[in-house]
Design a binder for this molecule. Structure first.
Ligand code: ZN
Length: 500
C-alpha cells in the first residue's frame, strides 16, 4: 500500500471519530434526552459536526486526494478507485460551502427539529413555520454553493437518489398515477368495514417483544443491532457493525408498530450487510434513499403484507398480543391490506400510500420551484389531500406536520419511498425468476433465503454502485413502474375478488 493511501486511511479514521460522537449524540437526542437538556446537546452536535466538516475541507485532505486521483490512481484497487474519486468530488463540493453557513445550517436543523415536535404536539403549524422558512432559505443557499449549475429541486432529489431528476420522476409517477386512480376507486367501492377486534390495549413492552421477534425472523443481526423508542421510527448506523432501529408504540393498536419494525428492520439489514471494508468510507452505508427504501419496503410490503409471511410465526404473535387469539390469520391478512383513504402516510396501505407521496412531491415542487410562501403551505396540503384522497385533515398535526423530514432538512427525500416501491416491483420479478415462487418460500419459512439474495445482490455494495446501475445489474432492465402495477393488480383483484 502506498504511503499516501495509508495517510488517507488514517485521515478517514480520525474523521470517523467525530462522526461516531455526532451519531451517538443524535441517538441520545432522539431517544433519551430530557426537554431541558436539549440545548446543550444541540450545541455539542453543532460543534462536533462542524469539526468533522472542517476536516472534510482541509487542504491536507485535498492534497492527498489530488495525488491519489492523479499519478497513483491506476495502482489502486477498484474499491479504492471509487472511494478516492467520490471523496474528491465531495471535497470539492464541501469546499464551496462557507464554514459559517454550514454551522448556521446545523444549528438551524437542531432548532427546527425541536420546533417541529412542539408544533406537532400543539397541532399548530405557526410554531414551526418560521423555522421551516429559515431552513428552506439555508438549503437554497447551500445548494447554490454546491450545485450552482443545477435547478435547486433537481439538486435536492439528486442528494437522495443520485442520477434521478424530476423529469424522470414525473414520467414514472404519472404512469403509476394513471393506473392507481381507477384501481383505488374500484377497491374502495368494495365495503371493507374496520374490524374492531384490532383495537385494544397493548403494552409497549409487549409490542417491543413482537418487534424483536419480527426483526429476528427477517434476519436482523443482534450482534450488530439495537432498538430504541422514538416519536417517529428511524434507523441510525454508526458502521455496519452497529445499526440501531427505533419504533413508536401506539397503545390502542399493535399493527402500526409491527410494520414499522419490519420496515426499519429492512433498512437495518441493508446497513448491517454492507461490505465491512467499506466501513467509515464514502462507499460504506447506502446513501441512495430510493434503493434504501426499496429494501425496507420490500420487507414491509412485498413480503410483510403477503399472507404467507405470517404463516410460520402467526401463532407466536397470537401468544404475545392479547386478543389476537380470537383473530384468524385470514382476518389479520385482510386488515393489513385494507385499502382506505386516510390521513397519515405511515399508516396508509400500500396503494393509497403512493398518493401520499405524489402529494408531497408536488408540495416540494411548489416550495422550491414556485416559491410558494410558507404560510400558504397548509392550505395547499389540505387542498391536495381532498383532491387525491377525498379527505381533509382536521388539524395540522394530522396534516402538514405529520412527517419529520422537512424539520430535518430532508427536502427531496419523499419521492424515494415511491421509487423504492417501483424498484420493488422489479425486484420481486427477479427474486421469483432466481429463487422461485415467493409465496412458497415465505410459507415454508425460508425468508432468510430472500435476505441472503438481497445481501448478495444489493446490500454488500453499500454506496459503491449508483441506483440505476444497481437496477440494471440486478434486473437487467431500465426502471419502470409496470411490474409494480402488475403486482398491485394481481394481489388486489384476488384479495377483493374483483376485476382490476
Ligand atoms: Zn424508510
Amino acid at each position: 500500500m502506498s504511503e499516501k493511501l495509508k495517510e488517507l486511511k488514517q485521515y478517514i479514521e480520525n474523521m470517523n471519530r467525530y462522526h461516531h460522537v455526532v451519531t451517538l449524540l443524535q441517538w441520545d437526542m432522539y431517544t433519551t434526552v430530557p426537554k431541558e437538556g436539549y440545548d446543550r446537546h444541540a450545541d455539542a452536535v453543532a460543534y462536533f459536526s462542524t469539526q468533522q466538516f472542517q476536516m472534510s475541507v482541509d487542504s491536507k485532505l485535498g492534497e492527498l486526494l489530488e495525488v491519489l486521483n492523479g499519478e497513483e490512481y491506476n495502482s489502486l484497487e477498484d474499491d479504492w478507485k471509487f472511494i478516492v474519486k467520490r471523496m474528491k468530488r465531495d471535497f470539492e463540493k464541501n469546499q464551496k460551502i462557507p464554514a459559517k453557513l454550514y454551522e448556521e445550517y446545523v444549528r438551524a436543523l437542531s432548532e427546527s427539529q425541536r420546533a417541529w415536535e412542539e408544533a406537532k404536539n400543539a397541532s399548530d403549524f405557526n410554531i414551526f413555520a418560521p423555522h421551516l422558512k429559515k431552513l428552506i432559505g439555508l438549503v437554497e443557499e447551500v445548494t447554490g454553493y454546491t450545485d450552482p449549475e443545477k435547478e435547486i429541486y433537481d439538486a435536492l432529489l439528486n442528494q437522495y437518489e443520485e442520477g434521478m431528476d424530476s423529469a424522470t420522476i414525473d414520467r414514472i409517477f404519472e404512469e403509476l398515477k394513471q393506473e392507481l386512480i381507477p384501481m383505488i376507486q374500484k377497491i374502495i367501492a368494495v365495503k371493507q368495514p374496520a374490524n374492531p377486534k384490532f383495537q385494544g390495549d397493548f403494552d409497549p413492552d409487549i409490542q417491543e417483544k413482537v418487534q424483536k421477534l419480527l426483526l429476528e425472523y427477517i434476519g436482523f443481526r443482534w450482534s450488530r443491532g439495537a432498538v430504541g423508542r422514538t416519536e417517529h421510527p428511524f434507523t441510525l448506523n454508526f458502521t455496519s457493525k452497529d445499526v440501531r432501529v427505533t419504533n413508536h408504540y401506539h397503545k390502542e393498536n399493535a399493527i402500526s408498530a409491527m410494520f414499522s419494525a419490519i420496515h426499519e428492520g429492512g433498512h437495518g439489514i441493508f446497513e448491517q450487510n454492507v461490505k465491512e471494508e467499506f466501513d467509515g468510507t464514502v462507499a460504506g452505508s447506502c446513501g441512495y434513499m430510493g434503493i434504501h427504501e426499496s429494501q425496507s419496503r420490500f420487507y414491509e410490503n412485498i413480503m410483510g403484507r403477503n399472507r404467507n409471511f405470517w404463516v410460520p410465526i402467526y401463532e407466536e404473535i397470537q401468544k404475545l398480543l392479547p386478543g389476537y387469539e380470537n383473530i384468524s390469520l385470514e382476518e389479520f391478512y385482510h386488515e393489513i391490506n385494507r385499502v382506505e383513504n386516510s390521513l397519515i402516510r405511515v399508516e396508509a396501505d400500500e396503494l393509497t400510500y403512493c398518493q401520499h407521496i405524489i402529494l408531497r412531491y408536488e408540495m416540494e415542487k411548489a416550495i422550491f420551484r414556485d416559491h410558494l410562501p410558507v404560510e400558504e403551505l397548509p392550505a395547499l396540503w389540505n387542498k391536495k389531500m381532498q383532491e387525491y384522497l377525498q379527505i381533509t385533515p382536521p388539524n395540522d398535526a394530522a396534516g402538514i406536520l405529520q412527517d419529520m423530514h422537512w424539520s430535518g432538512g430532508s427536502f427531496g427525500y419523499f419521492p424515494s419511498y415511491l421509487l423504492g416501491s417501483i424498484y420493488d416491483g422489479m425486484l420481486l420479478e427477479q427474486v421469483e425468476k432466481e429463487l422461485g415462487d415467493l409465496d412458497l418460500i415465505l410459507k415454508e419459512g425460508r425468508i432468510l433465503e430472500v435476505t441472503k439474495w438481497l445481501n448478495e445482490k444489493i446490500h454488500v455494495y453499500g454506496s459503491s454502485r449508483l441506483p440505476k446501475d444497481t437496477i440494471w445489474e440486478v434486473c437487467g432492465k431500465e426502471v419502470s413502474a409496470k411490474p409494480l402495477i402488475r403486482y398491485f393488480k394481481e394481489k388486489y383483484s384476488s384479495l377483493y375478488g374483483i376485476e382490476l
